[in-house]
Design a protein around this ligand. Sequence first.
Ligand SMILES: Cc1cc2nc3c(=O)[nH]c(=O)nc-3n(C[C@H](O)[C@H](O)[C@H](O)COP(=O)(O)O)c2cc1C
Ligand code: SF4
Length: 487
Amino acid sequence: MSARPILRLGTVKNVSGFQQHLQSLGLTIPCDHELLTGAESPLRQPLVRGDIKIGNRIVVHPMEGWDGSLDGNPSDHTVRRWQRFGRSGAKLIWGGEAVAVSHEARANPNQLVAAAHTEQGLARLRATLIEEHRLTAGSDDGLLIGLQLTDSGRYSRPNAHGRPEPRILYHHPFLDRRLGLPANYPVLTDAEIEAIIENFHKAALLAWRLGFDFVDIKHCHGYLGHEFLSAHTRAGRYGGSFENRTRFLREVVEGIGSAAPQLKIAVRLSAIDSVPFHPDPAKSFNGKLGPGIPEPYEHDVPYRWGFGVNALDPTESNLNEPVRFLSLLEQLGIRLVNITAGSPYYNPHLQRPALYPPSDGYLPPEDPLFSVARQMEATRRLKQQFPHLIFVGTGYSYLQDFLPHVAQAALREGWVDMVGLGRMVLTYPELLWDASDGRNIERKRICRTFSDCTTAPRKGLPSGCYPLDSFYKDSELMTQLTIAKKH
Ligand SMILES: Cc1cc2nc3c(=O)[nH]c(=O)nc-3n(C[C@H](O)[C@H](O)[C@H](O)COP(=O)(O)O)c2cc1C
Ligand code: SF4
């Protein structure tokens, strides 16, 4: 842990105190003193770019729930979550959650699947969300709803929680070791990749038939789309050169263009990354996790297994290739981009800045505001270079009480086009709606980054806000989580 104790943001009395804290850390994060309301609020400005019309600047990030049925249909838990996504008032729903393009592509045995037998279930999710959205926002004008399409690749676990079934593109010196993969573990063949691409085409067509406005071809968090981008060491058509590493995206987009030409395409991208982290063994005692430290990488430099990282110092990011990737998106006619970072599996402090670690994580290696700032700064720099793309920003939940102030300032100062909420939606979906409506913020509903929504799935339980949402807090699930955490 950093020498200085991390200040809990819940104890910071006001915006000035927060700004002073940022200053003491030497961080530049925009933050407005006063919140504007109604049509004056940057959060409520519509956004129009070509044929894309979005009614306000609030976004719900995709969040998987591990609570579908074994055949990939939504359960009542899933429906409740989508209802709450709708209640947020957000006019851009970025995918709801990762939906697998086939059974084998699932990250867990309860993940949703896009298939003929789940059509009605997925349609119900969309309809429920729209209905609830109308109650908050008055109408569904300017509401854009996408489906996030995924193949979980290295993190596939389709059949049993305790049985990983990784589908890898290349051998990664650190991640293979974590998964216990032997040197001769098979990599996906080009023919298998072609079949996966077809699955994406079919899933996109299904999304189009169900009335979704766009599909996100997920390229983040260590899943398959993201792994393609770092497949420097893979031989053949899908590895090596930048052109080969982006062939998957191009072929997916090409097929969707033929099957459903009106369907919009979006990409969620881990634009920055670092080497995997683990708890410092010298500081982990009595079952308590130590602070995160990077895997020793000195013998693996130049680092050839990352995307958006500096090959000579892979704890640092480098935007050269992400910039090339965004140019490619522009060429392909893709305008919706959601910028995220790293992976919840190997560097969660970067991906979901939090004060409390998930069960398979580590204590924060530094004040989590550094990772908030990293995600915001990378997005700002990319947006400056691509003014015509629509950028959604990520990593805001850690800002807690000051999230609305930062979101407003980031929009006003043009750091980002839209602000996305992840964990905060699980506990307080209406936060930004309330803030831009001039209502009192309900402090007891603010996400304090306890990470139980990440720990629960790691223990094979549905995701949700166990500490703050009474649906979980007062249920048998809470008891199960408490028991699971002890083992
Ligand atoms: C329980 C949980 C499930 C998530 N599932 C997904 C997912 O399905 N797809 C995705 O792109 N990101 C997923 N994420 C990441 C979030 O979308 C978001 O990037 C992250 O939580 C950081 O944003 P925040 O600070 O607002 O929480 C998930 C996060 C959590 C906490
Ligand atoms: S469990 Fe609740 S409070 Fe904790 S990080 Fe998740 S949403 Fe936030």
